[in-house]
Ligand binder design. Structure first.
Ligand SMILES: [Zn+2]
Length: 85
C-alpha cells in the first residue's frame, strides 16, 4: 500500500510541476496536445532533478507562433485596461 501512496504523491507533484513550467515558458495554461506539452510533461515527471535546474525554474519564453500571439494579446489587453483606468 505504501508504494501506491508514494506513486500518487509523485504523480500529483509531477502534474503541478509540468503545469507551472508550461505556464512560465509558454505564457498560457497548458492544453492537452498543444505545442510544448510533451517537454513540460517530461520535465514534470523528472521533477526530483529538473526542480534544481535554472532553465526550468526560470525558462526563457518559447517561440511557438500561437503562444507569441497569445502573450502579445494578453499584454495588449493589460495595457488597454491600464489606459481605461
Ligand atoms: Zn509555446
Amino acid at each position: 500500500m505504501g508504494w501506491a501512496i508514494f506513486f500518487f504523491v509523485y504523480l500529483v507533484i509531477s502534474i503541478a510541476m509540468a503545469k507551472r513550467y508550461y505556464l512560465r515558458r509558454h505564457g498560457v495554461p497548458g492544453s492537452t496536445g498543444g505545442p510544448g506539452t510533451g517537454t513540460a510533461g517530461y520535465i514534470g515527471l523528472a521533477w526530483p532533478i529538473t526542480i534544481f535546474l535554472a532553465r526550468v525554474r526560470n525558462p526563457s519564453p518559447c517561440y511557438h507562433m500561437v503562444h507569441i500571439a497569445a502573450r502579445n494579446r494578453a499584454r495588449e489587453i493589460l495595457a488597454m485596461r491600464r489606459q481605461e483606468g
